[in-house]
Design a protein around this ligand. Structure first.
Ligand SMILES: [Cu+2]
Length: 505
């Protein structure tokens, strides 16, 4: 399905390119910021790994800009294959949203595309390829829009999380499809298989037998609320279906982590970006106190804590208080259902820095919805009855590793969900599968207004987890007409069809 679409798009790409160029008649001004898609080599556990990256000509990774400025960017494709970059969390005109086949054709090899639109809000965002499986090879970067949360003179730290495998993504995907068809015959002994250690030869973890049926434990909706992850795989949800070789924080493993100097007694803004293809993390501040002030770049009522989960594609803005005195503070992200982890170390003063073991001492539990239920939007949407309600069942056929929405795996022929400009739209998402799905809506900020039947004035954000057997209701205002992607952000679920579109003019 994907390859057919890629072929189609490459054909299109040969004729008309540069999605952004003719869209906005901006007055003459300085040259746009150039973002180059490049190939580069990083080192993972001492072995070279060929990955992608997004760099400005001076080497700056991604982009930092200011609210109120225009987003004026030229993307140059130097990775030797067609690509297209999505501005995750922004609300551009739909033609500049960067989804091949939906918002426009991919940028051909050696080509470029121009983007120009106003930035109406600030926050922690990111950019990543929406073409094929390129995101698995680190074709992503931070996209920071500064606003009032950026106190002049205060230190800012970006922590970008990735999952990494030496197995090429196409092979991982093929193995997932192969493994799925054998899943009924396979049982796994322990859920700790996904770790920072050896990956075996396939990069794919054998699937628990319980996952062979659509619905897993939850199709009846009878999952015990608030129960801790059980060690019994026959009933436990499946949290990870890819076994990774490493979890990277700012491109590095815990064997050689980035060490960032901080001032004892200072306040620091930490921007955590989960750019992993498939991994959701328990993020742990260790001995540091943090104040969570924004999720997905959008302010929430602050929550004080030391442990915050972060699902695939989500972001956390955390204000950290660094104690007086010299000390070293590892900030660690452990994958749910795994001992694998990555992280950075903050070094205050001249304290010695101890090595952090690559593996967490115990398998991290399943991420719950506890934090999501506690989040309150700092600026909720105006109360209003939805004009339109779409029922979104998250579905799958695990025997073929097909993931779908309302039983339909995406093809370009799938009709968009209809909505109309000016409407308040509700999406009622029910997860009929045994895996969590972090659902992302393009071009809009939505508010979480109900979790498992309990109404709330939850976070305004762009990506929300729908847990196995869970039901999450989000609402948004249709104020940015166009054709917009709505999909699971786990890369291989997206590639296998858990993707659809909404359209209005
Ligand atoms: Cu999914």
């Amino acid at each position: 399905m994907l390859s057919r679409r890629s072929v189609l798009l490459s054909t299109l790409a040969a004729t008309a390119i540069r999605p952004g160029t003719a869209l906005t008649a901006a007055p003459p001004q300085a040259a746009p910021t150039v973002l180059r898609l490049i190939q580069r080599t990083i080192e993972v556990y001492g072995k070279p790994a060929s990955v992608y990256g997004i760099r400005q000509p001076d080497g700056t990774e991604g982009l930092t800009t200011h609210v109120g400025d225009r987003f004026r960017v030229r993307v140059e494709n130097r990775i030797g294959q067609p690509s297209l970059i999505h501005w995750h969390g922004l609300a551009p005109p739909w033609q500049q949203d960067g989804v091949p086949g939906v918002s426009g054709p991919p940028i051909p090899v050696g080509g470029s595309a121009d983007y120009d639109f106003p930035l109406a809000f600030g926050g922690t965002f990111w950019m990543h390829s929406h073409e094929g499986l390129q995101e698995q090879l680190l074709l992503d970067a931070p996209l920071i829009i500064r606003d009032q949360r950026d106190v002049p003179g205060r230190q800012e730290i970006i922590l970008r999380l990735n999952d990494f495998s030496f197995t090429p993504p196409e092979e991982i995907f093929a193995n997932l499809k192969k493994g799925a068809s054998m899943a009924g015959m396979t049982r796994v002994a322990a859920p700790a298989a996904a770790s920072g250690g050896s990956a075996g030869t396939t990069g794919v973890r054998p699937m628990p037998a319980s996952m062979n049926a659509i619905g897993g434990r939850g199709s009846g909706g009878a999952a015990p609320a608030g129960s801790a992850a059980t060690p019994d795989l026959a009933t436990a949800p499946d949290l990870n279906d890819v076994t990774y070789d490493a979890f990277l924080a700012n491109d590095r493993t815990l064997a050689d982590p980035e060490i960032i100097k901080v001032e004892p007694g200072s306040i620091v803004l930490l921007r955590v970006i989960n750019a992993a293809a498939m991994s959701s993390f328990h993020f742990d501040l260790g001995r540091l106190d943090g104040q969570l002030i924004a999720v997905d770049g959008i302010f929430v009522e602050p929550i004080i804590g030391r442990h915050f989960p972060i699902n695939v594609a989500q972001r956390l803005d955390i204000v950290l208080s660094i104690p007086r005195g010299s000390d070293a503070y590892p900030l660690l992200a452990t994958v749910e259902g795994s001992r694998g982890r990555g992280g950075i170390v903050l070094a205050a003063g001249n304290a010695p820095i101890a090595r952090v073991p690559l593996q967490a001492p115990a398998v991290a539990p399943e991420i719950t919805m506890d934090l999501e239920k506690r989040l309150r939007a700092a600026r909720p949407l105006k109360p209003r009855k939805p004009d339109r309600v779409h029922k979104i069942d998250l579905t799958g056929d695990m025997s073929k590793y097909i993931w779908s929405i309302n039983g339909v795996a995406w093809t370009p022929e799938v009709p968009p969900l209809p909505i109309a400009q000016g409407e308040r739209v509700a999406l009622v998402m029910t997860n009929m599968t045994g895996m969590p799905h972090p659902m992302h809506l393009h071009g809009h900020q939505f508010q979480v207004v109900e979790i498992d039947g309990v109404p709330l004035s939850g976070a305004v954000r762009d990506t929300v987890r729908v847990p196995p057997a869970g039901r999450v209701v989000i609402v948004f205002d249709a104020d940015n007409p166009g054709t917009w992607a709505f999909h699971c952000h786990m890369l291989y679920h997206l590639a296998a069809g858990m993707f659809t579109t909404l359209r209005y003019v």
